[in-house]
Design a protein around this ligand. Sequence first.
Ligand code: ADP
Length: 194
Amino acid sequence: MSQVICITGGIGSGKSTVCRYLEERGYPVYYSDIRAKALMEGDYQLREQLITVFGTTIYTDREVLNRTELARRIFNDSNLKHSLESIVHPRVHEDFVQWSKDQTSRLLFKESPLALEIDDQSCQTIVVVHAEAELRISRVLGRNSNWTREDVEARMRNQISDEQRLRLAHQVLDNSGTPDELQEKLDQLLTKWS
Ligand code: ADP
């Protein structure tokens, strides 16, 4: 029986960096956001469900997802946001279960930015990657050269607070230091979990 460890955290905290490192170490990683987008485009039934709720404008030519339009539609509309989640998350969960059946590793990792918001029941251990807001903002601005500080702050406001995240974490992985320090901490956790 595999253990599922979810990697979560706010924008710019270092989730993708952690997951890339895990993959380099040979561990399988399921990327929830990437799979959600792939399913929203590639799964005919899911696409039709979304078109029923949001209309055809969230797709270009009925197949390429218009993320900006979708984000605009759910912004400040919690009912619509909830509808989106109740359609997409069960399908992603099904996809994750299928993926996990194909894995042979005893440790499975899932990058799940919303693990705490959606109370993701597939996570046996929830790791919160953490760095202070200012550091995360500067790292995101380094990563996304076309974003402004306001863009990052708006996304942060849309996420649960650091305080809530840290309170709900099973394990906090501090990423305030260098990439080497992050790897060292992760290695210690891998030893503990193995
Ligand atoms: P997330 O996936 O949580 O949004 P990323 O892993 O993409 O965050 O990290 C955000 C940016 O910060 C990336 O450009 C990444 O390379 C960089 N980064 C992550 N951890 C560190 C670190 N310890 N020191 C310096 N830069 C970092």
